[in-house]
Write a protein that binds this ligand. Structure first.
Ligand code: SIN
Length: 323
């Protein structure tokens, strides 16, 4: 593996401090106060660091909901909190990542594999959110870390023969309740109410960096179009295992008040499961930003099989009122 394969062009920063956490992904940003609007120069550098490092961390910001929304608006257009699982009453852009939220109500009966629960946010939509901004409020004294993986590095580390094979393939991404006997009725009903299913190229091109991305989101990607079921499953299992290789990942130990912002176009992440083995509480809040349709390396676009695009909070509320 050459050095080149592990490095992508990185920007110069003069208005913020950027401290990389690993070779491939993740940097801590300091020298900014996210509780107030950023100066244009600092905002431009935060945006560059976000694309360069794929997940950026800000320690001790202690934002409230309004400040979180205001920072998110500087980075893009906030979506509705969660297209399927809802939002905070007073803040339609904010989704509560509570330990016992509905999304966590079905856990654990299925076989755990290296890639289990890794995902890129809502890739079942034709336009998955372009970014997610997560803020920690109640954090366990230990445990509860989040992991991210760099899907551009994962693509680069494939052999040229496999790269060119997977570039021509499309994946079918579906939001569905696990087929488990204890699948909760309300969980399944919410998913049925907003059915989301889309076809995305298996290798996408990042709209800003131009990097090729191995666009495999284990929790949503169900099959590869045009392959026989066994071929599809075997190839997906290889790609999922490959995409979460330790050298593509970063692990973040939260403190209350911290904020993480990740590029949902070039990463997958894993929420912690160890918190369910303790009584420690864990509460975070997330805002996602409206995303675009994905593009393959030959320019082909994603296709929706079911469901509307995920719109801004404002547009989603207007639609809900009119229906
Ligand atoms: C998420 O998947 O957005 C939440 C991650 C976490 O709980 O650490």
């Amino acid at each position: 593996m050459s050095t080149q394969e592990f490095s992508s062009p990185r920007s110069e920063y003069t208005h913020i401090r950027v401290s990389p956490l690993t070779l491939n992904i993740g940097a801590e940003i300091s020298g900014v106060d996210l509780g107030a609007p950023l100066a244009p120069e600092a905002l431009a550098e935060v945006s560059a660091a976000f694309v360069d490092w794929k997940v950026i961390f800000f320690r001790g910001q202690n934002l409230d909901h309004a400040q979180h929304v205001s920072f998110a608006r500087q980075m893009g257009e906030p979506t509705i909190g969660h297209a399927v699982f809802g939002h905070e009453d007073e803040f339609p852009e904010v989704y509560s990542i509570a330990k016992h939220r509905t999304a966590n109500s079905i856990r654990g009966a299925s076989m755990a594999r290296a890639w289990t629960d890794w995902h890129t946010d809502i890739t079942a939509a034709i336009n998955p959110p372009m970014a997610s901004i997560l803020r920690g409020v109640t954090i366990p004294p230990f445990g509860g870390d989040t992991l991210w993986t760099n899907l551009a590095a994962a693509y680069r580390a494939l052999s040229p023969a496999l790269q060119s094979f997977v570039e021509g393939l499309n994946g079918i991404h579906r939001f569905e309740a696990p087929a488990e006997p204890d699948a909760k009725k309300d969980y399944a009903e919410l998913i049925e109410k907003r059915r989301l299913e889309s076809v995305h190229p298996l290798v996408t091109v990042h709209p800003v960096s131009g990097e090729k991305i191995l666009y495999v989101s284990p929790a949503f990607l169900q099959e590869i179009e045009g392959l026989a079921p066994r071929e599809s499953q075997a190839l997906l299992e290889f790609l999922w295992e490959h995409s979460v290789r330790q050298d593509f990942t970063v692990r973040f130990k939260w403190q209350p008040g911290d904020l993480a912002m990740w590029d949902n176009r070039s990463t997958a992440h894993l929420a912690p499961s160890d918190i369910f083995q303790t009584d420690f509480d864990r509460q975070l809040y997330r805002i996602t930003l409206v995303g675009e349709t994905q593009r393959g390396t030959d320019g082909r676009a994603s296709r929706a099989i079911a469901g509307l695009p995920i719109l801004s909070a404002r547009e989603e509320l207007a639609l809900a009122q009119s229906s």
